[in-house]
Write a protein that binds this ligand. Structure first.
Ligand code: NAI
Length: 508
């Protein structure tokens, strides 16, 4: 492959100008073309401002900023891209338009030039299909804003020359990004992996398990995410994310794991699309998210005795240790005493199922989520069945909030909130690995950088234990009968064999 020194960018919108910025800063000569000459002017003016700000902040020397600006040349016509070593398109997301552009470009650039598409949802193979030289067409998927989102997916279409992808991997690193490699499958890596949190978060909300803000709080405080699903959806906005949810679902031929939710369809139709509209899952006053107050903590009940079900070994041990630390009376009998609060600690089950399978008194039983730990934590989650009495619910709430830790009280849900959302995230990522869309390492790298998760989903699964994630999913599948909860074979086999979720097959 020829060394890449001069690149053409077609499309001077949000993405195009971001790519121009990192390319020019990395020392590449950049020619920028757009059907709208005004868009090119606006982009170059904006870039000049950006570099001025960066040099004022000391992030770039004034000389480097000037040199970067000098490397950009506006192209008056597409033919000005003749002689480029690489052309990246960041134009409108329509297959016929991208195909027509590449057909035009093939008549302009020389045989060595790589043609890259920044598409986020179209197939690279489909874009390349009508090219005379489909082997030179590769996906090069950046994220918005490009200079800050330091990851790029390099996507090989079915006819792409691997050497062209290798050259884009090198170039990505030269521009200061982490480059990951993906096969041409819907959503590539990041938009595929992102299904886990959003879709399961919406499913939890649709079952009326908890209000949006409590679901988000549980994902932040229990599972360590920077944002919960509804904060994230408000940021990306439903006019962007709802069609993506529908498109990925359809492209996988109605895969139940990706089934979208009528919640977002209705909200999109009503214009409650998110932060930019001032109203989404949250309302925004002067751009500031309005969060409802935490529910009040009921009065502590004197003389409360608590019995913890021994059914789940880990959960039992964690709950018992916490209850002792909180100073409540713990009943250590085989069966719950007649007047005791009953605590169950299931993984992937709801309270109703635990009550029925263990023959417990439903009115006195609550669930406590112990999977993410219950001591030294930022939040606890308790769950009630439709038969749990309000007085017993309040007694449990007061007890588990006694040391000042916020408690979310949710309706019955197999897997509480964080268990099932995290299990969905790990499961979807495992299936991406199973389909060899990317290596396990690249999946974790891409998701950490592209979605801002606290860890890669496969590493997250390893931390909680593959067998534990399988247990959560098996119980979810049992309770709901919904095939979206079937465990990925990647996950299941690694749990069976005691292997890391990051482990590729040993025999290659
Ligand atoms: P944009 O709407 O901000 O900019 C698109 C630009 O392309 C406009 O200036 C338009 O005049 C120009 N254009 C349209 N058709 C053209 C043609 N035939 N020839 C030359 N110029 C043409 O769009 P944005 O957001 O920058 O997206 C561009 C591409 O990047 C799309 O494929 C999109 O799916 C993809 N993408 C967008 C992301 C985002 O968050 N905005 C993230 C990742 C990928």
């Amino acid at each position: 492959m020829k060394a890449i020194n001069t690149i053409g960018i077609v499309g001077a919108g949000a993405m195009g100008r971001g790519i121009v910025q990192i390319a020019a800063q990395a020392g590449l000569n950049v020619r920028l073309f757009d059907v709208s000459a005004d868009a090119v002017t606006a982009a170059t003016q904006a870039l000049s401002k950006t570099w001025e700000t960066l040099s004022q902040k000391g992030k770039l020397t004034p000389a480097d900023a000037q040199a970067a600006f000098a490397r950009i040349s506006p192209a008056q016509a597409l033919t000005d891209l003749a002689g480029c070593d690489l052309v990246i398109e960041a134009i409108v997301e329509r297959l016929e338009v991208k195909r027509a552009l590449f057909a035009d470009l093939e008549g302009i650039v020389d045989a060595q030039c790589i043609l890259a598409s920044n598409t986020s949802s179209l197939s690279i193979t489909a874009i390349a299909a009508q090219c005379k030289h489909p082997e030179r067409v590769v996906g090069y998927h950046f994220f918005n804003p490009v200079p800050l989102m330091k990851v790029v997916e390099v996507i090989d279409g079915l006819r792409s020359d691997p050497a062209a992808g290798d050259a884009l991997m090198d170039l990505g690193r030269r521009m200061g990004h982490t480059a990951v490699r993906a096969r041409d499958m819907p959503g590539f890596i990041v938009n595929h992996a992102g299904r886990g949190m959003n879709i399961e978060g919406l499913r939890v909300a649709q079952e009326a398990v908890a209000p949006f803000d409590q679901i988000d709080a549980l994902m932040r405080d229990q599972a360590g995410f920077r944002m919960g699903p509804f904060e994230l959806l408000d940021l990306t906005a439903l006019d962007v994310s709802h069609p993506v949810m529908e498109s990925i679902y359809r492209q996988f031929y109605d895969e139940p794991r990706f089934r979208p939710s009528p919640i977002t369809a209705v909200r999109l139709a009503g214009g409650l699309v998110g932060r930019k509209a001032g109203e989404g899952f949250y309302t925004y006053a002067d751009g500031k998210k309005q969060v409802p107050d935490e529910p009040a903590v009921p009065a502590l009940q004197a003389g409360l005795t608590v019995w913890v079900s021994p059914q789940h070994g880990d959960g039992h041990a964690r709950a018992v240790s916490l209850i002792k630390a909180l100073g409540a009376d713990l009943a250590v009998t085989a069966k719950p005493p007649a007047d005791a609060l009953i605590v169950v600690t299931p993984y992937g089950q709801d309270v109703s199922t635990a009550v029925q399978s263990q023959g417990l008194d439903a009115t006195r039983t609550v669930g406590l989520d112990t999977l993410f730990g219950v001591e030294g934590v930022n939040r606890r989650c308790i769950m009630v069945s439709p038969a749990t009495g309000a007085a017993w619910r309040d007694a449990a709430h007061a007890l588990f909030a006694k040391d000042g830790v916020p408690v979310s009280v949710i309706e019955d849900s197999p897997g509480f909130v964080a268990q099932r959302i995290v299990a969905a995230i790990v499961n979807v990522a495992s299936d991406i690995a199973q389909q060899k869309v990317a290596t396990p390492e690249d999946i974790d790298r891409a998701v950490t950088l592209g979605l801002g998760y606290p860890a890669g989903p496969l590493a997250m699964g390893d931390k909680l234990g593959a067998a534990t994630i399988v247990e959560v999913l098996r119980n979810l599948l049992d309770v709901t009968g919904d095939p979206r909860y079937r465990a990925s074979l990647w996950l299941q086999r690694r749990a069976q064999l005691g292997l890391s979720l990051l482990a590729p097959s040993q025999a290659g």
